[in-house]
Write a protein that binds this ligand. Structure first.
Ligand code: PGA
Ligand code: ZN
Length: 424
C-alpha cells in the first residue's frame, strides 16, 4: 500500500525557456520530484498540455496546471491508501474525466505520476528502473541510443524538411562504448561542418544537434557519413543512420514538400527507399502525415525487413491508435513518450501492447526538455532496447545518457540490446 502525504507543483522553465511543470510528492520514504517535458512538433492526438493563454510567457504559462496539482489532484490522492502506481494514475484519470486529460492537463497529471513512481520504487528499496521492470514484467536491457546530431524541421532555423538525423551506434557490446562512439562522431561532425560551411554551420538546434546551412536530406546524411569515417568507424558496421522525418510538418494538401520537390505519398516512399539504398539507414520515424495509416503500411511493406518504421505522431503513445496500427500493419515500431499520454501506467500499457504485437518500441524525450532523467530508467526498466534523447551534448540531453552510464556501471549484468534489435 502507498499513501502520499503531500502533492504540490511549481512553474519552472524547460530547455527552450518556456514554462513547464515541476511536481513534488511526499510519503513514507521522503519527498520526490519530477519535471515534465514539452514537444514542438506535437501530434494532433496527444493528451492536452494545459497552457494559460494571456500575456505572460506569450500565453505559455502553466499556472493552471500547477493549481490543478495543488488543488484537484492533491485532494484526490493525498491521505488515501492506494495499492500501487496504477491505482494512483487511475484516480487522476477518473478525476479528470476526459479522454485527452483536457480538464486537469496531461502536464499536471504526468508529473505526479512520475514522482509517485519514484516514491514507490524508493519505498520498495529499488532503483526506478527496477521498479519499472517489475511494474511492466519486462527484463531490464541497456538500450541502443538513437542520437540526433543534425537538427532540421521545426527544431532548427534551417531549410531541412527532415527534423532529425540520427546516428545509431548499435554494433557494440556495451552502452558506454556506443556512447563514446557517438560523442567522437559528434565532435568530428562539428569539425567537418565548420571546415565545409564556416563557423555558423555549428550552431545548434533544440535537441543539441548541429543546424548547418544545407537544404537536402542527402547533404545532411553525407556530412554524417564523412564524420563517421573521420572518427575511425565504418558506416554500416559499428554505426548506422536513422531519421525522424516528422512528415506532418511538411505535408500540405496531399503533398510533401521535401528536398526541392512536391511529392505524392508513393513518390515520397520511393525517395526514402532510394536514400536507404545509398546510406546505411536502419530506421525511419514518421515518414508520412499523422493520419496516413495506409501510407505507412504500404511503405512498411515496401521496405520489408531492411528498415524499422516508427510511428510517433501517428500513435501519440495512445493504445487505441496503436491498435489501429497493429490491425493495418502500419509500422514495425512505436515511439513512446510519457507526456503524449500523460501517466506512467498508460505509457507502460502502450509499450506492452506494441511489444505483444511483435513491434519494437523506442523511448523518447521531447524537444523541450528538463534535467529530469526518468526516461533513462523507463527505457532500461521496460526493456525497449532503444532510446532517443538527442545529441550527446547539452545538459538536458546528456543527463539521460549519463544516467544510462550510471545504470550500466552499477549493474554490469544488464546486457546492451545491440544491433539485433533491428532484426526482430
Ligand atoms: P517534439 O519532437 O518533442 O518536438 O515532438 C520529437 C519527435 O518528433 O520525435
Ligand atoms: Zn518524432
Amino acid at each position: 500500500m502507498v499513501k502520499l502525504t503531500s502533492v504540490r507543483a511549481d512553474q519552472i522553465l524547460d530547455s527552450r525557456g518556456n514554462p513547464t511543470v515541476e511536481t513534488w510528492v511526499s510519503g513514507g520514504p521522503g519527498e520526490f520530484r519530477a519535471q515534465v517535458p514539452s514537444g514542438a512538433s506535437t501530434g494532433k492526438h496527444e493528451a492536452l498540455e494545459l497552457r494559460d493563454g494571456g500575456m505572460e510567457f506569450g500565453g505559455k504559462g502553466v499556472l493552471r496546471a500547477v493549481s490543478n496539482v495543488n488543488g484537484a489532484i492533491s485532494e484526490t490522492i493525498c491521505g488515501k491508501e492506494f495499492s500501487g502506481l496504477r491505482e494512483i494514475d487511475s484516480a487522476m484519470i477518473m478525476r479528470d474525466g476526459t479522454p485527452n486529460k483536457s480538464a486537469l492537463g496531461a502536464n499536471a497529471i504526468l508529473g505526479v505520476s512520475m514522482a509517485a513512481a519514484r516514491l514507490i520504487s524508493s519505498e520498495n528499496g529499488s532503483e526506478l528502473f527496477q521498479f519499472l521492470s517489475s511494474f511492466s514484467g519486462r527484463d531490464p536491457v541497456m538500450p541502443v541510443p538513437l542520437l540526433n546530431i543534425i537538427n532540421g524541421g521545426v527544431h532548427a532555423g534551417g531549410e531541412l524538411a527532415v527534423q532529425e538525423f540520427q546516428i545509431v551506434p548499435s554494433g557494440f557490446v556495451k552502452f558506454s562504448d556506443a556512447l563514446r562512439c557517438a560523442s567522437e562522431i559528434y565532435q568530428h561532425l562539428k569539425t567537418h561542418l565548420k571546415k565545409k560551411f564556416g563557423p555558423l554551420a555549428v550552431n545548434i538546434g533544440d535537441e543539441g544537434g548541429f543546424a548547418p546551412p544545407v537544404s537536402r536530406t542527402a547533404e545532411a546524411l553525407d556530412a554524417i557519413t564523412v564524420a563517421i569515417s573521420e572518427a575511425g568507424y565504418s558506416p554500416g558496421k559499428e554505426v548506422y543512420l536513422a531519421i525522424d522525418a516528422a512528415a506532418s510538418e511538411f505535408y500540405r494538401n496531399g503533398k510533401y514538400r521535401m528536398d526541392g520537390m512536391e511529392l505524392e505519398p508513393a513518390e515520397l516512399s520511393d525517395h526514402y527507399l532510394s536514400l536507404a539504398s545509398k546510406y546505411p539507414l536502419v530506421s525511419i520515424e514518421d515518414p508520412f502525415d499523422e493520419e496516413a495509416f495506409d501510407d505507412f503500411a504500404a511503405f512498411r511493406a515496401a521496405a520489408g525487413k531492411r528498415l524499422q518504421v516508427i510511428g510517433d505522431d501517428l500513435y501519440a503513445t495512445n493504445t487505441s491508435r496503436i491498435r489501429l496500427g497493429i490491425e493495418k500493419k502500419s509500422t514495425s515500431a512505436v515511439l513512446i513518450k510519457l507526456n503524449q499520454i500523460g501517466t506512467v501506467s498508460e505509457t507502460v500499457d502502450s509499450t506492452l501492447l506494441a511489444i505483444g504485437a511483435g513491434m519494437n518500441t523506442v523511448v523518447s524525450h521531447r524537444s523541450g526538455e528538463t534535467a529530469d532523467d526518468f526516461i533513462a530508467d523507463l527505457a532500461v526498466g521496460t526493456g525497449t532496447g532503444q532510446i532517443k534523447t538527442g545529441a550527446p551534448a547539452r545538459g538536458e540531453r546528456v543527463v539521460k545518457y549519463n544516467r544510462l552510464l550510471e545504470i550500466e556501471r552499477k549493474h554490469p549484468e544488464i546486457g546492451f540490446a545491440g544491433h539485433s534489435v533491428f532484426s526482430r
